[in-house]
Design a binder for this molecule. Structure first.
Ligand code: GLU
Length: 376
């Protein structure tokens, strides 16, 4: 086994994301033998006192198989209906396969708003944490039956990362259809090599993700790397591996290929974890070199350092802070709305009250409301 990856039983709390293609065969339905082998591994791992949470896809695929629905693209209502039929079977299957080992399960279905709105996020977190204290394994999925196309996760990679940071997991495992992150698409380039260890998600790593395919999940490798950014930045290590083998957790301990993403060592409080995991920032502000230096030394972002403002956002929304090469270097909760931000961009702090017509000393983004990305 690679030195950076410890035995799974040495982790305190692990979130495991399971992709649709591992669980469901479009023609025959549930891949029961595989699920049986996963249940065996989960029960064995739980016995070692490692806390486990599952984020499972497969509701739509299973519903589709059960309804013998043709393999064309689904309309929103068809997708939601398939998910409705599939989810109930999925939950039943987990419960049926795990209960013989004495493992209890609880279902949690979340919408995007349940993680993006602070109150709802805290509510979901409290329930999930309570389930863990009961030794129950939460089986989590997006609430696909009510999530509209435009406002949803769509892929469970990022949902799993959000859950992992929400409950302070020390490892996130993405069971995929590919061994990990390759330098080039492995099915097209003979010289493609697997990257076993990623200490930082740099722009180069992100570029590799754009060309490296994964057929199994809605997002492919791109959303897996996005998940990696959310997880590692908040202190959760991440591992991508192929879950196609039977007993996929034992396979990890037995040294099968993986890509392991190291967690950031910088401690981050719960508030900042919530900010850094936000899925879609409402806008972007581009900053100059002086502001970048200030941010790197732990200062707040002042309007004076902003050279461009994009998007429509309200005060308190999450915005991305980008450098002049358009790399996102931080994100945070903005102290002014988009209109005001455009007015004060590039202006010295003492002029803001006059420009805005009310007295203010608020920085554009306060350092307590800001999270720097690990790659900076
Ligand atoms: N939530 C979706 C489902 O259960 C799957 C999303 C994904 O493919 O990651 O069908």
């Amino acid at each position: 086994m690679a030195v950076h990856l410890r035995k799974l039983s040495s982790y305190r709390r692990i979130v495991i994301k399971i992709g649709s293609a591992l669980l469901v065969n479009q023609k025959t339905g549930l891949r029961s033998q595989w699920l049986h082998s996963l249940a065996y591994d989960i029960a064995a791992l739980q016995k070692t006192k490692t806390e486990i949470l599952l984020v499972s896809s497969g509701a739509t695929a299973l519903g589709r198989a059960l309804l013998s629905y043709p393999s064309q693209a689904l309309t929103l209502r068809e997708r939601q209906s398939c998910a409705s039929v599939g989810q109930i079977e999925l939950a039943r299957a987990y419960s049926n396969y795990l209960s013989p080992y004495g493992v209890r399960t609880g279902q949690i279905l979340l919408t995007l708003a349940d993680t993006e709105e602070r109150e709802r996020y805290l509510n979901a977190r409290a329930t999930i944490k309570k389930l863990i204290t009961f030794d129950v394994i939460p089986i989590i999925n997006e609430n696909d039956t009510v999530s509209p196309n435009a406002i949803r996760y769509g892929d469970n990679d990022r949902l799993a990362a959000r859950i992992a940071t929400m409950i302070g997991a020390d490892l996130l495992i993405l069971l995929s259809d590919i061994d990990g992150l390759y330098t080039l698409p492995p099915d097209q380039a003979a010289n493609a090599t697997l990257i076993p260890l990623i200490t930082k998600i740099t722009p180069d790593i992100e570029k590799m993700a754009c060309v490296s395919p994964s057929n199994i999940s809605s997002g492919g490798m791109k959303t897996k790397i996005d998940a990696g950014k959310i997880a590692t930045n908040a202190g959760t290590a991440m591992l991508i591996t192929s879950g196609k083998r039977f007993n996929p957790l034992q396979a990890i301990d037995n040294g099968n290929p993986v890509s392991f993403f190291c967690a950031s060592k910088k401690p981050m409080n719960a508030w900042k974890k919530w900010i850094s995991g936000h899925l879609d920032p409402a806008g972007k502000v581009m900053i100059d070199q002086g502001a970048l230096t200030a941010l790197l030394s732990g200062k707040s972002l002042l309007a004076a350092g902003v050279i461009l403002v994009e998007g429509h956002f309200l005060r308190g929304d999450t915005v991305a802070i980008i450098d002049q090469d358009r790399h996102e270097i931080a994100r945070g909760l903005v102290g002014y709305n988009a209109l005001e931000t455009r007015k004060i961009a590039g202006c010295k702090s003492h002029t803001l009250s006059t420009l805005l017509g009310y007295t203010t000393r608020t920085p554009l983004i306060h350092r307590n409301d800001m999270v720097m990305w690990n790659s900076v």
